[in-house]
Design a protein around this ligand. Structure first.
Ligand code: C2E
Ligand code: MG
Ligand code: MG
Length: 572
C-alpha cells in the first residue's frame, strides 16, 4: 500500500472529529432563501404594485433593497459555512443574475449599470472572503495537527484518542480502546539512557503504524502514543469479540521481532488491556479507565505480556490494581500532597508536626494512606510518595520556620525500602539545602515492624542520618516485637507508642500498666516518648501520670491542611 494511502487512512480517522457540523439541509435552506430573494429582487425592481406591510401601503419597488440584502447575506453565509461547495453554488447563483445584466449593458441599457456594480462587488467580496477563510482554515488545521500529534513518535497523541473516542460515542458506533504498556521499559531507560528509550518508542510506533495502515489486522485501527511507555489502539469495524482480540494479538505479535538500536538487540513485551463501547462504558473517561485497569491486570498477571479484556469483576476482585492505578495517576498529575498533624508536650505546648501523605483520585476523592501505602509498597511506588511528601513538606515547613523564627520539629515517614536506597543521603542533603529546613528540626519516622526485619542493613544508614543532626523516631512502637537488646543498641531519639495501645487504655488497669511500662523502658533507653492516637481526656491524664513526654491525637489536633497548620504556628 502506498504512503499516500497510509496517510489518507489515518487522516480520515482523525478527520472524523473535525468535520463541519453544519447540516446539509441548512445549505438547501440558504439556497432556497437566496433564490426567493433573487426572484423578488427581479420582479420588485420593475413592478409598480403596491403592497401592504403592517397595514401601511408600500410600493413593491421600495422593498428591492431589502430583498437584495437578504440574498447577499445568503451568499456570504454560504461561503462562510459551507466553504468550497458554498462558494461554487454562490458563484453560479450570482452568475445567473450577472450574465443578463452584462448582456443588457452591452446592448446599451444604462439602467443595468447599478446591478452590474452591485453584482461585481459581491463576486469580489465572496472570492476574497473565501481566500481569507481558506487561509485561516489552513493555519487552524496546522495548529490542530500539532495539538493532536505526539512530537517524539509523530503518532496521534492522547488528545486525539479522546477526541476520536468522543466522536465515535456521539455517533453511537461500537469501538474498543486498548492501552498498551511496554514492560520493563523503565529498566531499559535506567540502564541505557533516555535516548535509547526514545528510539525504541519511535521504532515501535513506526512498526505499529504500518501494521495499522496495512489493513492486515482486518479492522480499522488508530495507533496513538499516550505517554511514558504507553501506546493506545482504537479499534473499530470488528465483527466479533474474537476479531477484536485477534487485532490486539497482531500488535503484540509485531513486538516479537527484534529491535536493533545502537547495535543492541531488544525484544520487548507489552501488557495490553482493553475495554469497548457500548459494553463497558458510555463515556471516554470511563472507557480509558477501564482499559487501564485491564492493562494493570495484564501486567500483574504475567509481568511479561498478555491481553486482558476489562470486566467489572477485575475491580471487585483486585482492589489493589485500582489503587495502584490511582497512585500512579496521582504521582503523574501532582495529586500527592501532605497534611500536618500537630504534636504537643503534656502542657499543650506545640512540639511540631507529622507530615502525612494524602492522594486524590481523578474525581478529587481522597484515598486513605492506610489503603494506599501498603499497595504503594508492593508496587515499588512508596519511595516516590515519600519523596514527594518529604520534599514538599520540608519546603513548606522550612520557609515557615524561617519566617516565624520558630524551632518546631517536622516528622516525615520514610519506608525502609526508601531508607536503604543508594542515594537516600544525597536526597536528604538536597531537600534540606533547597528547603532551608535545618537538620535539627527534622525527624525521620521509621515503622518498627518493617525496620527490625532489615535492622542490620538499616543501622549504618540510620547512623549516617543521625550524624547529620536529624533525629530518628521508631513509629508504631510495640507492634514489631523488638527485643530489649536490639532496642538498647538502636540509635533512635524517639519512640511513638502505637495507637492500638492507647485505645486499649480505657479497657482496664492492665492496658494502662502496659503503656506505663513502655514509657518507663523508653526512658531507661534515653528515648523521648510520643503517644499516638490520644482521643480522650482520660487517656491524656493516664499518660501524664505515667510520665509520657508528648502526645499526637485527635484530642488536641487532627491532621491539618498546610495553611491551617501555618495558622496554628502563628497562634502558638
Ligand atoms: P502513622 O505514621 O502512625 O500516622 C499516624 C496515623 O494515625 C495517621 O493516619 C493519623 O491521622 C492517625 N491518627 C492520629 N491521631 C489519631 C487519633 O486520635 N485517632 C485516630 N483514629 N487516628 C489518629 P493516616 O494519616 O491515615 O496515616 C496512616 C499511616 O500511613 C501512617 O501511620 C503511616 O504509617 C503511613 N503514612 C502516612 N504518610 C506516609 C508517608 O508519607 N510515607 C510513608 N511511608 N508512610 C506514610
Ligand atoms: Mg508516622
Ligand atoms: Mg504511627
Amino acid at each position: 500500500m502506498s504512503i499516500i494511502n497510509h496517510k489518507s487512512r489515518r487522516e480520515r480517522m482523525l478527520d472524523e472529529f473535525s468535520k463541519n457540523n453544519f447540516p446539509v439541509w441548512g445549505f438547501f435552506l440558504l439556497l432556497a432563501i437566496y433564490l426567493v430573494g433573487a426572484y423578488f429582487v427581479r420582479i420588485s425592481s420593475s413592478s409598480t404594485r403596491i403592497v401592504f406591510l403592517m397595514g401601511q401601503p408600500l410600493p413593491l419597488r421600495s422593498l428591492t433593497g431589502a430583498f437584495s440584502s437578504i440574498f447577499n447575506l445568503c451568499v456570504v453565509l454560504m461561503v462562510v459555512i459551507y466553504k468550497k461547495p458554498g462558494l461554487f453554488v454562490s458563484l453560479i447563483a450570482i452568475a445567473v443574475q450577472y450574465i443578463p445584466i452584462v448582456i443588457s449593458l452591452i446592448q446599451g441599457d444604462a439602467t443595468a449599470i447599478t446591478g452590474f456594480f452591485v453584482n461585481s462587488f459581491i463576486i469580489i467580496t465572496v472570492l476574497l472572503l473565501y481566500k481569507y477563510i481558506a487561509k485561516m482554515e489552513k493555519s487552524q488545521e496546522k495548529m490542530r495537527n500539532l495539538a493532536v500529534t505526539d512530537r517524539l513518535t509523530g503518532l496521534p497523541n492522547r488528545f486525539a484518542v479522546s477526541e476520536l473516542s468522543d466522536a465515535r460515542i456521539k455517533k453511537n458506533e461500537p469501538f474498543a480502546v486498548a492501552i498498551v504498556s511496554l514492560n520493563n521499559f523503565k529498566g531499559i531507560t535506567n540502564a541505557l539512557g533516555q535516548q535509547v528509550g526514545d528510539q525504541i518508542l519511535i521504532q515501535i510506533g513506526k512498526r505499529w503504524q504500518s501494521l495499522a495502515d496495512s489493513g492486515k489486522t482486518g479492522t480499522k485501527d488508530l495507533v496513538a502514543f499516550r505517554k511514558n511507555n504507553e501506546f493506545a489502539v482504537v479499534v473499530s469495524d470488528y465483527v466479533s469479540e474474537d476479531d477484536l482480540y485477534n487485532t490486539l494479538a497482531c500488535y503484540e505479535e509485531a513486538l516479537r521481532e527484534k529491535l536493533i538500536i545502537d547495535n543492541c538487540d531488544f525484544t520487548l513485551t507489552a501488557s495490553i488491556g482493553y475495554s469497548s463501547f457500548p459494553e463497558d462504558a458510555y463515556n471516554t473517561e470511563t472507557l480509558l479507565n477501564n482499559a487501564y485497569t485491564a492493562m494493570y491486570k495484564a501486567y500483574k498477571t504475567t509481568h511479561s505480556g498478555c491481553i486482558v479484556r476489562f470486566t467489572p469483576d477485575i475491580i471487585e476482585n483486585d482492589a489493589s490494581i485500582e489503587i495502584e492505578r490511582k497512585i500512579r495517576y496521582a504521582l503523574e498529575n501532582g495529586h500527592v500532597y501532605f497534611n500536618l498533624q500537630p504534636q504537643y508536650d503534656m502542657n499543650h505546648k506545640l512540639r511540631g508536626f507529622e507530615a502525612l501523605a494524602r492522594i486524590k483520585d481523578v474525581n478529587g476523592k481522597q484515598i486513605s494512606p492506610v489503603d494506599f501505602i501498603p499497595v504503594a509498597e508492593k508496587a515499588g511506588l512508596v519511595d516516590s510518595i515519600d519523596r514527594e511528601v518529604f520534599s514538599s513538606a520540608a519546603k513548606f515547613f522550612g520557609g515557615l520556620l524561617k519566617k516565624k523564627n520558630s524551632d518546631l520539629t517536622l516528622s516525615v515517614n520514610i519506608s525502609v525500602h526508601h531508607l536503604l536506597r543508594m542515594n537516600f543521603i544525597e536526597e536528604i542533603h538536597e531537600i534540606l539545602a533547597s528547603s532551608g529546613l535545618p537538620a535539627k528540626n527534622l525527624e525521620i519516622e521509621i515503622t518498627e515492624s518493617v525496620m527490625i526485619e532489615s535492622v542490620e542493613k538499616a543501622m549504618d544508614r540510620i547512623k549516617q542520618i543521625k550524624e547529620m543532626g536529624i533525629s530518628i523516631a521508631i513509629d508504631d512502637f510495640g507492634t514489631g516485637y523488638s527485643s530489649l537488646s536490639y532496642l538498647s543498641n538502636f540509635p533512635a531519639d524517639v519512640i511513638k507508642i502505637d495507637r492500638s495501645f492507647i485505645m486499649n487504655m480505657s479497657s482496664g488497669i492492665e492496658a494502662k500498666r502496659y503503656v506505663a511500662a513502655i514509657i518507663a523502658i523508653g526512658h531507661i533507653m534515653k528515648y523521648k516518648v510520643i503517644a499516638e492516637g490520644v482521643e480522650t481526656q482520660n487517656q491524656l491524664e493516664n499518660l501524664g501520670e505515667a510520665g509520657n513526654d508528648f502526645i499526637q491525637g485527635f484530642l488536641w489536633g487532627k491532621p491539618l491542611e498546610a495553611e491551617e497548620a501555618a495558622k496554628l504556628i502563628a497562634e502558638a
